[in-house]
Design a binder for this molecule. Structure first.
Ligand code: HEC
Length: 233
């Protein structure tokens, strides 16, 4: 058997220890200055959960609304209106040790959003978990939205669920509008308020509020869905 040389072993151990320390350091994420998102040319990967596309809309419409974790109320001293604020409740790389994730999966009266607000759906919880476990990056991607071939169930409903329903459900009826099911969505589609608000036209309240305008592709989808007869397909 070949003898292992001690200096080489020593170098190996040193590198290993520093490597582990470096990893630990990365896990203790410091919410420093706002990190610019990755370029828009970043094509969507089906295995990735993106902050801008997936996570931010869920948090804006289920946590950061008036009376909860907006900048004014800051319930429990927590604001969830920006990436940096959100990161103060997240341990990048470890959802199970992140306050944000732990609070949404609770089943007792500490669950967020609190009852009578509906809990996040299993799909929404998974998106947040995946995003944190994948490093909680300030990332986004393009190409997921298809404004040519789409259905109500495949595009319009998930769009409403992720970006609107937190503020427009029977327990939280923003503007007395319920977007949690087809009928309610159809009502505002037909009275003109849906397009007026998402296109942010004069005379309508801009939706979603707080400078979180939908993408051009999403607005085209909603427009076409209405022009084509607001089908429940
Ligand atoms: C953070 C909470 C919040 C989110 C997210 C949100 N809304 Fe609203 N929305 C409200 C509130 C509160 C009102 C009533 C007060 C007002 O008009 O500003 C309202 C009003 C509206 C109105 C009536 C507008 C008008 O001018 O009469 C429509 C339509 C609407 N929302 C649609 C949407 C759609 C579609 C989305 C998602 C793309 C959305 N909202 C996301 C809180 C929200």
């Amino acid at each position: 058997m070949k003898k292992v040389s001690y200096p080489i072993l020593l170098v190996f151990i040193t590198v290993l220890v520093f490597g582990i320390l470096a990893c630990k350091h990365e896990l203790l994420f410091d919410p420093g200055p706002e990190i610019p998102p990755t370029p828009a040319t970043n094509a969507c990967s089906p295995d990735t959960s993106y902050y801008i596309n997936d996570v931010k809309p869920i948090i804006i419409s289920n946590c950061a609304m008036a009376g909860c974790h907006d900048n004014i109320t800051a319930a429990d001293g927590i604001r969830l209106t920006t990436y940096n604020y959100i990161m103060s409740t997240v341990r990048a790389g470890d959802a199970s040790r992140s306050k944000l994730y732990k609070s949404i999966i609770k089943t007792n009266d500490e669950r967020m959003p609190p009852a009578p607000m509906p809990a996040l759906t299993a799909a929404q919880k998974l998106l947040i978990k995946k995003w944190i476990d994948q490093g909680a990056k300030n990332n986004y991607c393009v190409g997921r939205c298809d404004s040519t071939v789409f259905t109500f169930a495949g595009a319009i409903k998930p769009l409403m669920d992720n970006k609107c329903v937190g503020c427009h459900n029977p327990s939280n009826l923003g503007g007395n509008i319920d977007l949690s099911a087809y009928t309610g969505i159809k009502t505002v589609a037909l009275n003109g308020k849906l397009l007026g608000s998402i296109k942010q036209q004069a005379g309508y309240s801009p939706m979603p509020p707080g400078g979180n305008k939908l993408s051009d592709c999403e607005i085209t989808q909603v427009t076409k869905w209405i022009t084509n007869g607001t089908l429940n397909n």
